[in-house]
Design a protein. Structure first.
Length: 161
């Protein structure tokens, strides 16, 4: 019961907002600009998070590489000492570590793709913002023209007297 009441209220409010925006197009533009800024902020935050996740993945890959090198040294020492069973178990452990490394590389590649997508969205937002700014008249220039027209009209009135 309360759910349908809430949905009805939301629909009514949405209709009122749409009506208001139809009669006040400048407010609609302001709303679009605000949504664009919020989207840009979300994307900038996502970009920071992705960079941090990528750095974490890189650090983990470096740690895994060091651990693999250590275990490969141990395998060589075990073989040199004739401890083949121990060397075999160490090789299995290295294989597990290498598999983890492959997964980390794939995760890093996925982060790179997501980062590229975020960068593309940010570039598109900037492009849209610049195209909107270029299509809307410059307030300062409009004001200067207005003042010049006012002064011209005032001069014409003075000459007519």
């Amino acid at each position: 019961m309360s759910n349908s009441w809430l949905e009805e209220l939301e629909a009514r409010l949405e209709q009122q907002l749409e009506g208001f925006l139809r009669t006040n197009p400048q407010q609609e533009e302001l709303l679009r600009e605000q949504e664009g800024r919020e989207r840009q902020q979300r994307l900038l935050g996502e970009r920071v998070r992705l960079r941090q996740q990528a750095e974490d993945q890189r650090q983990e890959l470096l740690r895994l590489a060091d651990e693999i090198r250590q275990w490969q040294g141990r395998i060589a020492r075990a073989r040199a000492a004739g401890a083949e069973a121990l060397a075999g178990r160490a090789e299995a452990h290295v294989a597990t570590l290498m598999n983890q490394g492959r997964h980390r590389w794939q995760a890093l590649a996925d982060l790179g793709q997501r980062f590229t997508g975020v960068e593309a969205e940010l570039a598109e937002l900037v492009r849209l913002r610049h195209s909107r700014a270029a299509s809307t008249p410059d307030l300062e220039a409009d004001w200067a023209r207005f003042e010049a027209q006012q002064e011209l009209q005032e001069l014409k009135r003075r000459q007519q007297r």
